[in-house]
Design a protein around this ligand. Structure first.
Ligand SMILES: [Zn+2]
Length: 422
């Protein structure tokens, strides 16, 4: 890597820059690479001894790779989903199942790089604010590496997310009002700073989520916008940003033919990024001056907690990923997001939390609107497990039939159930 560049004002910093934000404007930073120098040799430098994200170590801001990572992060399956695809006439539909990461979330990709980075610089403490998944993930991977984690999660987070933080790190700092207050807390100099803490910069995290986005000539990557990677005052549109970054890295390195379209799926009840992307696209007549772009602020009320945020801290990067890849910004009603959960589960065996089902709801809408062609290759990223938020799935999937333990009762119940389903 060369160094860092500000998403807003484009000011650059050297690779040894120790801060987390642009010193000039306070914007988020992204990693930059010397693509021309690396293109011919990068693929050979990938680590064949790893089948996880550390296979891509040469692209990551980490150095001490002499010990294997204790958990498998990344390298998750890319499933063909022919039956789900057939329901919409899409023969080339795939699911990237990131629920199979250690904490059942895509956030493990970022956390793995953060904890490796922490070890690189001699830190013993990591901290994050999160709606749930990122906090649970950081607590999980910090536990695996023997680091101390301080995690701030809103009280409204689903119980499985907050409880898993406690399981991984023990009781302590966990619930703390709403996300905005959590972000402030995680950004404050903590008392344990003297122990050498790292509030992981999202800039160093983005390539951690980079994976080869599917070798395709006309690919379309579907991502759920998610703000949950709130590292050191950064709410992130994590999937859009990560997928965009993956494409932006892999294409100039000639690892893929071109950057796939990065589409962003959001709930109508929390659509800051989609609104901003549409506004900029509509007003495009000249180049966008990113230093003047402010992400729209909305009142976020969606049931998909992982993507419920008024103004994502890393929204600018998400909007850039959409516009630079010629992707689309799609909003769907909460009812369709919830309906997508059993829809996916019953055709693929993959159980998504609401935010992770949003891409499939968006695909359905775009097929209805004739915005996806039948021969397109479509990948939905399933960013988090439905087991983290069973209550939302239960509300839409129906209740179990409770019967007497007799075969007659089974026959009666099945007959009644068949009648209902007809
Ligand atoms: Zn800046």
């Amino acid at each position: 890597m060369n160094g860092y560049r500000c998403f807003a004002c484009a000011e650059t910093q050297a690779a040894d820059f120790a801060g987390f934000l642009c010193p000039s404007c306070g914007g988020n930073l992204e990693i930059t690479y010397d693509y021309a120098a690396a293109a011919d040799k990068i693929e050979q430098s990938f680590r064949d001894d790893c089948n996880d994200i550390f296979h891509y170590a040469p692209l990551l801001p980490i150095s001490k790779l002499d010990t294997p990572f204790p958990l498998r992060v990344g390298g998750t399956p890319l499933y063909a989903a022919p039956r789900l695809g057939k329901s919409l006439g899409l023969p080339n539909l795939y699911l990237k199942d990131d629920t199979l990461n250690p904490s059942a979330s895509i956030k493990d990709r970022a956390s793995a790089v953060a904890v490796r980075r922490a070890i690189d610089i001699g830190a013993t403490v990591v901290s994050a604010a999160s709606t749930g998944n990122a906090g649970s993930s950081l607590a999980c991977l910090a536990a695996a590496l023997g680091l101390r984690a301080y995690v701030f999660v809103p009280e409204s987070a689903p119980a499985a997310k907050t409880h898993s933080v406690v399981v991984f790190r023990g009781p302590g700092l966990c619930g703390a009002g709403n996300l905005r207050r959590c972000l402030r807390l995680s950004a404050s100099p903590p008392p344990m700073n003297s122990a050498g803490s790292i509030a992981a910069p999202v800039t160093t995290l983005l390539p951690g989520k980079a994976r080869r986005p599917v070798p395709t000539r006309s690919g379309r990557l579907w991502t759920a916008e998610s703000r949950t990677g709130s590292w050191y005052r950064r709410g992130t549109a994590i999937c859009s940003v990560a997928s965009g970054k993956a494409g932006a890295i892999c294409a100039p390195l000639r690892l893929i033919d071109r950057v796939p379209k990065i589409d962003c799926a959001q709930s109508e009840a929390s659509a800051a990024i989609c609104r901003t992307a549409r506004r900029l696209r509509d007003s495009r007549g000249s180049e966008v001056d990113w230093s003047k772009v402010v992400i729209d602020e909305v009142k976020a009320t969606t049931v998909a907690d992982s993507i419920s945020v008024g103004r994502p801290r890393d929204g600018l990067a998400a909007v850039q990923a959409i516009l630079h890849s010629d992707g689309e910004a799609v909003t769907v009603p909460d009812e369709e997001i919830l309906a997508a959960i059993p829809d996916m589960a019953r055709s693929t065996g993959v159980f998504a939390e609401p935010a992770a089902a949003a891409p499939w709801a968006a695909v359905k809408q775009m097929v209805r609107d004739d915005r996806i062609k039948a021969d397109e290759l479509v990948v939905c990223i399933v960013s988090g497990s439905g087991l983290k938020d069973v209550a939302k799935a239960r509300a839409v999937a129906g209740k179990p039939l409770v019967i007497d333990p007799s075969i007659d009762a089974v026959r009666d119940a099945l007959a009644r159930n068949d009648a209902i389903q007809r």
